[in-house]
Design a protein around this ligand. Structure first.
Ligand SMILES: [Zn+2]
Length: 249
């Protein structure tokens, strides 16, 4: 059984190089598990523009067969980083699309989706107090705690993190241009936002299907209760104060 605490722990992990591998594998596998994993790792490296080192790939593949025997769920989520020795397997009772992602953080959105109960607000409907669009989300999350962030379950969007103030953006030179601190490339700014919102005790809702703009937005905390969606399908309490006192996760 997966818990929010487990997901938060994974969300806080960070590698310097894009060597953090996330694999979502069907279990039991329909065919050869190792061959399938190798395919997903190769695709992840291609998408990232930087393949996983052969030695690191083999380290992961060597560890997979025992976990596949133990996993009796529908999907095994594997998070591995050879450099730090991380190898964590989470069994999910629901079937999720098979996927491999290489980045600096674990790709945890499918885990959040698996944990999610209730519906996600429709970003296309007016009057729910949502601000829609990736640029608006990057600005909001960079500025401070966001109560509720809605993200797509799949898209990966490369961008930058300001080396000085930590602002996330799609372009390298949007803030602090005079400080001489290089903007750091981020393989996926969505994952970065998810990690920050979870760390701040906010809620992350994962929307599946559809286009990216229709599935990314944030709930304005200044809107009235009557403007809120009736059932936002919250993952956790919305206030920071409540986060530390909650139970049941
Ligand atoms: Zn900056």
């Amino acid at each position: 059984m997966i818990t929010r605490a487990q997901i938060e722990k994974l969300g806080a992990l960070h590698a310097v190089e894009p060597a953090m591998l996330s694999l979502y594998l069907a279990t039991p596998p329909s065919a050869n598990l190792i061959a399938r994993a190798a395919e997903l790792i190769a695709a992840a490296g291609a998408a990232c523009g930087r393949p996983l080192a052969a030695r690191d790939r083999d380290w992961v593949l060597d560890k997979l067969p025992p976990c596949a025997r133990v996993c009796t769920g529908r999907t095994a989520a594997v998070f591995a980083c050879a450099g730090s020795g991380l190898f964590e397997v989470i069994t999910l009772p629901c079937p999720l699309p098979e996927r491999g992602v290489l980045g600096v953080r674990p790709h945890i959105r499918p885990l959040l989706l698996a944990l999610q109960r209730g519906s996600v607000p429709d970003l296309a409907s007016p009057g729910v107090g949502l601000v829609v669009g990736l640029p608006a989300c990057l600005v909001a999350v960079s500025a401070g705690p966001v109560q509720t962030l809605v993200v797509p379950d799949d898209s990966l969007v490369p961008g930058y993190e300001c080396g000085r103030c930590g602002t996330l953006s799609l372009d390298a030179d949007t803030c602090c241009p005079d400080w001489g601190t290089a903007a750091l490339p981020v393989p996926d700014v969505i994952e970065e936002m998810v990690s920050r919102v979870l760390e701040d005790g906010g809620d992350v809702l994962v929307a599946s299907g559809g286009s990216l703009p229709g599935r990314i937005g944030w709930l304005r905390s200044d809107c009235g209760a009557e403007d809120r969606p009736a059932d936002p399908g919250r993952l956790g309490p919305s206030s920071r104060a409540a986060v530390h006192g909650r139970s049941g996760w």
